[in-house]
Design a protein around this ligand. Structure first.
Ligand code: NI
Length: 256
């Protein structure tokens, strides 16, 4: 059986309210999925990640505040986040970053919350999971300043920007977008990035790969993303999936 590690998903999302634990039972206890790192977006979703990680060996979580929730972060969110990272299954600070696509959260609030969490990741020596949407300039200014280890998730930049990620010592993760017809950008990035800097994610329930585009995404659908990337790279799906597991374990400090 092919072994799948999903480096970034959101099983706290309401899209899973009807069958969350049946689905996780099936995927994680069935052995098809060997690892999932849930992307927290605030304290509540970090707590969801921790309690779920206590149920399943292969389930891990990040801790942190997403840019879309920057304004609702409490005064002491850094202390609270730091406290939660003491749990052994919290493997990263994330998902953190900047989102200038949606204009509803002021940039100043996003920048402040992002920068504080970058500083925290350095202090705790934890990797980060970075969200960058239409905010390349400010995101990379801060990454160059703090030089965290970790992943730029759902990487949406150019080949040049992916070279910058590699130079910074970080990795990218790629989701279902690479299977879309208009994915020229992602295809070029995936063709060139060193394989030890590339990981696979779903961002479930979002960004479902073809042929299920438009339906709810779950970690099993990584195989369609993997097929596409393996084809671009001229390697087998198995080779890609095992390299992905190795990269994920190294990045998150996990031993399966
Ligand atoms: Ni995400």
């Amino acid at each position: 059986m092919q072994k799948i590690f999903d480096v970034h998903a959101h099983y706290d999302d309401e899209a899973f309210d009807g069958d969350r634990f049946e689905l996780l039972d099936q995927m994680l206890l069935g052995g098809e999925i060997v690892g999932i790192v849930n992307g927290a977006t605030d304290i509540e979703t970090t707590l969801f990640g921790i309690s779920t990680a206590e149920k399943y060996g292969g389930f891990y979580t990040s801790a942190g505040y997403h840019p879309e929730k920057a304004e609702s972060a409490p005064e002491d969110f850094i202390e609270k986040t730091a406290e939660l990272t003491k749990h052994k299954k919290v493997v990263a600070i994330g998902e953190i970053g900047l989102d200038y696509y949606w204009k509803d959260v002021p940039r100043q609030a996003q920048l402040e919350v992002f920068e504080k969490q970058l500083a925290l990741s350095k202090e705790l020596d934890l990797p980060v999971v970075v969200h960058d949407r239409d905010a390349h300039g400010d995101t990379y200014d801060l990454l160059r300043k703090y030089r965290p280890k970790g992943i730029v998730h759902c990487f949406s930049g150019s080949v040049e920007l992916s070279r910058e990620v590699v130079k910074l010592g970080m990795s990218i993760s790629i989701g279902g977008v690479v299977t879309f017809k208009n994915a020229r950008h992602s295809v070029d990035v995936v063709r060139e990035i060193p394989l030890d800097r590339l990981m696979l994610e779903t961002d479930a329930p979002y960004l479902t790969p073809v042929p299920y585009r438009g339906k709810r995404c779950d970690s099993r659908m990584i195989k369609f993303t993997a097929e596409k990337i393996a084809e671009i790279r001229g390697i087998t799906v198995d080779e890609l999936l095992s390299q992905n597991i190795e990269n994920a374990c190294l990045t998150y400090g996990i031993s399966l």
